[in-house]
Design a protein around this ligand. Structure first.
Ligand code: BMA
Length: 330
């Protein structure tokens, strides 16, 4: 059995795999767990991130308003399934008003690292870039410098320093809906200056693995295992009706995580269910967080469904690694 390296999480939301189910990732039977009206102002709640916190869970949620502006909000939950999301967006504090000035914020990730929770998100600053902040208590949030120049999206931290450096994945983009995109890993000694950019993976052109032929982007904070980092990502194809977003998985080298050991040829989750296929943006499953229990190997993935509501799906480190080794790109 492969081993997750990290903390035990006995209260992780969980359901067993349905009998006869053949895919490595299965949905929570109560999906979606958060509807459009997750707080008083929301048009939609999706692409959001959760972590274990105190005796339960906390998270940062993307709630688009009914004027369709994008911002991020704190949520709290006892069981990881029922969430209370605040009605006013996070107010950041920080040294530089230029950086604090809000244009838009979306697609947050939350990463517990050393002694605090770091938030990264797509932050409008003359185009989308990666905003970075930290909190200890989900009440006060200190915003740091944006990590990169625009245009960039999907900034995802690794949960510990590797070889003495903080590491972050990101996906350079354009100012619009970006019909291209590769994942890179950047390194920082201090969470402010990012460099040593290394290419990790590109879309796969042609017919080999067409669900990921247009662009790819990192999803949840990677999960450390004894075999390497498990990295769940989204892959996109361009169809006659627009983009379709599916989920894939890769195993990354422990010490040089831009080196991909295995990458899924077949997707692990795709929009099949009505709430994933019908909504403000049809045919999107978009993972932004994963809870993992080191004792059992269980994983709960939180994902946005059709840019409208939020769902959970379950898997285990063994399921993902087994599937990867059977269905990888050679
Ligand atoms: C991306 C982002 C995501 C969204 C996805 C599908 O560019 O805007 O937030 O889920 O498109 O619409």
């Amino acid at each position: 059995m492969s081993k997750i390296i990290g903390a035990a999480l006995p209260n992780l939301p969980w359901e067993e795999k349905p009998e006869g189910y053949t895919m490595p990732v299965w949905r929570y039977s109560g999906n979606p767990i958060i509807g459009r009206n997750g707080n008083k102002v929301s048009n939609s709640v999706f692409n959001s991130a959760v972590v274990p916190f105190e005796n339960g869970f906390a998270g940062v949620f993307r709630c688009d308003s009914r004027s369709i502006s994008m911002d991020i909000f704190v949520g709290r939950s006892k069981d990881g399934i029922h969430w209370e999301i605040e009605d006013t967006p996070i107010q950041f504090e920080g040294a530089d008003g230029e950086i604090l000035n809000r244009q838009y914020r979306y697609d947050p990730r939350v990463c517990f690292l050393e002694d605090r929770y770091y938030i990264t998100w797509c932050n409008g600053y003359h185009g989308p870039t990666i905003g970075v902040a930290y909190t200890f208590d989900f009440k006060k949030f200190a915003q740091l410098e944006n990590a990169f120049l625009p245009c960039n999206r999907n900034g995802v931290l690794f949960p510990r320093k590797i070889n003495g450096m903080y590491m972050m994945m990101s996906r350079p983009s354009d100012n619009g809906h970006t019909p291209f995109g590769d994942i890179f890993v950047s390194q920082s000694p201090d969470m402010e200056f990012w460099g040593k950019h290394r290419h990790m993976m590109s879309p796969i052109p042609g017919d080999t693995s067409a669900w990921q032929c247009t662009k790819v982007g990192p999803g949840p904070v990677p999960i450390e295992t004894d075999e390497g980092w498990l990295m769940i990502y989204h892959g996109v194809i361009t169809t006659c009706n627009g983009f379709v977003y599916r989920m894939g998985v890769a195993l990354l080298d422990k010490e040089e995580p831009w080196k991909v050991l295995y990458r899924s040829k077949d997707y692990i989750l795709a929009p099949y269910e009505l709430y994933e296929c019908v909504g403000d943006v049809p045919n999107v499953v978009f993972p932004c967080a994963a809870l993992a229990d080191a004792d059992t190997g269980r994983i709960a993935i939180y994902y946005g469904c059709a840019d409208t509501v939020t769902g959970i799906a379950f898997t285990t480190a063994d399921e993902l690694l087994h599937y990867l080794k059977e269905h990888h790109i050679s």
